[in-house]
Design a protein around this ligand. Sequence first.
Ligand SMILES: Nc1ncnc2c1ncn2[C@@H]1O[C@H](COP(=O)(O)OP(=O)(O)OP(=O)(O)O)[C@@H](O)[C@H]1O
Length: 595
Amino acid sequence: MAFSHDRRTGARDTAPDARAPIGSLRTLWPFVLRHKGLFGAWLAALAASSAATLALPVAVRHVIDRGFSSGSNIDATFAMVLLVALALAFATAARFFFVSLLGERVVADLRNRLYGHLVGLDQAFFERSRSGELVSRLSADTELLRSVIGTTMSVALRSVVTVLGSVVMLVVTSPKLAVWALVGIPLFVLPLVVGGRRLQKISRQSQDRVADANALAAEALGAIRTVQAHAREGYERGRFADAVALSVATARRRIGVQSLVTAVAISLIFGAIILVLWSGAHDVIRGDMSAGTLGQFVLYALLGAGSVGALAEVWNELQRAAGGMGRIGELLDEHNGIAAPEHPATLPRPLRGELRFDAVSFHYPSRPDAPALHEFSLRVAPGETVALVGPSGAGKSTVFSVLLRFHDPQAGQVSVDGVDVRRLDPVELREAIALVPQQPAIFAASARDNIRYGRLDAGDDAIEAAARSAEAHDFIAALPAGYDEQLGERGARLSGGQQQRIAIARALLKDAPLLLLDEATSALDAQSERAVQTALEHLMEGRTTLVIAHRLATILKADRIVVMDQGRIVAQGTHDELLAQGGLYAELARLQFID
Ligand SMILES: Nc1ncnc2c1ncn2[C@@H]1O[C@H](COP(=O)(O)OP(=O)(O)OP(=O)(O)O)[C@@H](O)[C@H]1O
């Protein structure tokens, strides 16, 4: 198993689950409270805009009753209406501004908090989760919450205020019609709520089908070299087309239901208005009510009904958001199994660089019955270079993992200069170790910044010196933009040997006393091979080195060779000694290092 290889590229997003307890949204509250000023400003703007909304029908009544008759103060009436409208405009703008900004700020805090938490979690967590899913929680779920705060929460509170306000004003305007309306409104809102629910369920299925198609595309595009090398473009086109067709079929059902709901909604709303108008018209004709009052009543009824409808919609959205928040909450609750002890020990300075493994037994959390290391004991003297060799799956990479505290062994002890690594802060431990993985991670940044990853405060001179020492200077200098050349995602613009030399330069810059080297298995051409070899020799100088060796040159240079099989050490010695013993090493040497 390659030490640095990341196999978790799961691109498939999990569909947000339908319902979750609204209570999980409470987790958001502390994030909102951090912006008390914005929150308060929003509430103030909300109060103002609701007051203006509720005043508008009264203004309209005045227009109808007095605005058209000569003699009354027509200018003053219209000026008042204009004033209410302007107040509504500005209060609404302010409300939108404050609540949207609040949403952005809260979501930004939440994303920072979540990402900060995630990058610090232990390897066991990353082994059981898929990186695609984590990214989707960081993006899709937090996005959901942005809309909750920026829109849903705003609509909810505004609608509650409007519903209550309209009910009061309906009763004030015409108690008799109010009874009609209060019985009628729920009757016509109910079918809409039911239809909305159903619509939402189908919508979700439809989104899931779109996500499936996207996941398929992401997977194929991510492995485009494999796809093309197998000449499977046609096959992939077919698979994608099938997924898209399925999503259209699901969308068709959604569109159908949506059309039906629209027809029912419009019939019901107009039916209700006509009913109220009809009954009110009789009152107006009899002279029991003014035309303006009827107008005012209808407007309040519309406002109230619209807000009840909005609340029903908001409820569904809140539940979706609660689902998102629930999943984020779960991630925030994940605790780091490899945390620093309360009073961490410190490593001696300068570090001598002695490594000890004492009867270390370890199995991966997902494989309790398959020990990856079995009573593994090894002492590496300061400055010594030990080569680990063994068949695939022997546990070589696992030795690195327990030393780096990516995992803690179930039994035994790992120590550096006599200090048990479990007593150290993992950050201090890892600062003392330079790791050159088999497949170095090259970031989508400049060559300079990629090397600087080894020591963030390194100056340009130090970076160049490290690159020279790593035999990387010449090829970097020959790039069109030199050290400023962007290396492309995953180092797409570099050869394998060049990527390795960048990783070596990074390790040289880090200048840590302990070196873990996972030699690449892939063969390089002779020239590149020699450059990498020279770079490695510079890197190993004066450091305690553990190297997972695949090349004879490296093995011959090591002070000692440790042969591993099934998590144990089966033999140790020099190349000649081990060859003379025969056994596993002789077999491996024949297959791997000696043509
Ligand atoms: N993350 C993991 N979860 C579960 N099991 C694992 C994990 N990583 C490795 N293993 C298992 O632990 C054992 C030791 O693996 P390890 O990667 O240490 O071997 P290796 O000697 O480095 O092999 P290779 O030379 O192929 O890289 C193997 O049986 C492997 O399947």
